[in-house]
Design a protein around this ligand. Sequence first.
Ligand code: NVA
Length: 230
Amino acid sequence: MQLSRGESVRDTALVLSRYVHAIAVRTGPHAVLEELAEHATVPVINMLTADHHPCQALADLQTLREHFGTLEGLKLAYVGDGNNMANSLMLLGATAGMEVAVACPAELAPDADVVARSGALVTQDPAVAAAGAHALYTDVWVSMGDEEEADRRRSLLAPYRLDQALLDKARPDAIVLHCLPAHPGEEITADVLYGPRSAVWDEAENRLHAQKALLEILVAAPTPNLPASG
Ligand code: NVA
């Protein structure tokens, strides 16, 4: 790769398209992924940008469907930073017929467009999001690229820790999800992360299966009209 010494994203897309059957990208700015997708002639998969994390959300929905047998009508409560994970869960959750509620501080709210498109509930009160939920979800408080703001984020997010008291507000059969890496004692307590309601390790395993399935669809049986990103 020559990106770091000035080769354009466009040229990178054109070259990689001659080498491989699909390009999976993990990067910061979402615009880089969009530019790659615009110029590549093979599928471009979003493996994480600052704005979206759809592959993780795919594995999360797989985990929920395995556990509850269906996705339609489930309530997912996301608590914490209104980040890439929150955006993708709102979008994929809505697509799957789920109710998604996001609890976050006003200063770290998710993308307003995504909220409008998905019809998700956004609240500053974790208890409101958790009420009646089938699953509680959280993510790191300091995402990749946000390191300089770590102290500010930790103090804004302190009331949004996923702990047993919050879990008690969800349904009695609710499960706990986390995209990892987890910081026990920070965004989630250790007793919840490693406790009987945690489906985090099934979820981690499903990253393998969901991404294999995605490649199967995109590469083994290409469908020209599938969206390239987002
Ligand atoms: N929101 C996190 C997800 C890590 C899988 C990040 O972007 O770093």
